[in-house]
Design a protein around this ligand. Structure first.
Ligand code: HEM
Length: 216
């Protein structure tokens, strides 16, 4: 009895912090100057792809605001994709892959669980200061216009909350796209996908526009 009571007390003491534990943490990027909300997404045992998002601190919910996405992926990753609405279908998909010393970004959107076609309503400006390839990883940093406000399921407008949590998803494949130099390439199906809640408030930047210009 006493042991059970002790365990109950211990659980009661630790439960609140577990419930509130965020899926993302704050990351300050000394190269670009942005503060990001960061998610380390496991794609295999002992391997993660990093997804970071920065938003303007004055962005308001219910309208389109630009966001900066930064992704760091091990060289063995064939392609990595972020789903801004937290599912494969009916939301902007930001895909990337390494092509030699370059990083290719590809904007996609699909209404079915099959290879997603390209999408023109989300556009990207690569920020050169935060985009590189080395012997272990590739990294890109890009401003997205159209990732935070989009047509979702049943033609409903969907808006991401700049000051709180949004469910996102990622997918990844070990296999590379068939024409890696082209951002319209066919891509192989993913090996892994998962979901999390990304706290955009952790990536709020008062000097967002200035940092975009500085890193362009
Ligand atoms: C050739 C390309 C692709 C094919 C053929 C494909 C196919 C599929 C299929 C059949 C499922 C259902 C599997 C299941 O429920 O276990 C699925 C789920 C999923 N896919 Fe893809 N996929 C492709 C690309 C992508 C891309 C680029 C993303 C971007 C992040 C993505 C994200 C997801 C997610 C998050 C799920 C979980 C179900 C959901 O939330 O909608 N997929 N995919």
């Amino acid at each position: 009895m006493r042991l059970n009571f002790g365990i109950a007390c211990l659980l009661a003491a630790i439960a609140p912090s577990q419930v509130q534990a965020a899926d993302t943490t704050v990351y300050r990027d000394s190269t670009t100057g942005f503060i990001f909300a960061q998610r380390l997404a496991a794609y295999k045992l002992g391997g993660t792809i990093t997804f970071r998002i920065a938003v303007p601190s004055n962005a308001s919910s219910g309208s389109s605001y630009d966001a900066v996405i930064q992704v760091v992926a091990p060289n063995e990753v064939g392609w990595a994709g972020l789903a801004w609405g937290g599912s494969m279908v009916n939301n902007p998909l930001t895909l990337s892959w390494q092509n030699g010393q370059n990083v290719v970004l590809s904007s996609r959107y699909t209404t079915s669980r099959s290879s997603p076609p390209t999408y023109t309503k989300a556009t990207y400006t690569t920020l050169k200061a935060g985009t590189k390839v080395n012997s272990t990883h590739y990294q890109y940093t890009a401003k997205c216009t159209g990732c935070t406000y989009f047509t979702g399921a049943s033609n409903a407008q969907k808006s991401l909350n700049p000051a709180g949590g949004n469910q996102l998803a990622f997918a990844f494949a070990f296999a590379k796209p068939s024409s890696p130099s082209s951002n319209t390439s066919a891509i192989p199906v993913h090996d892994v996908h998962s979901y999390w809640v990304h706290d955009f408030a952790q990536g709020a930047n008062a000097n967002f526009a200035e940092l975009v210009t500085k890193n362009a």
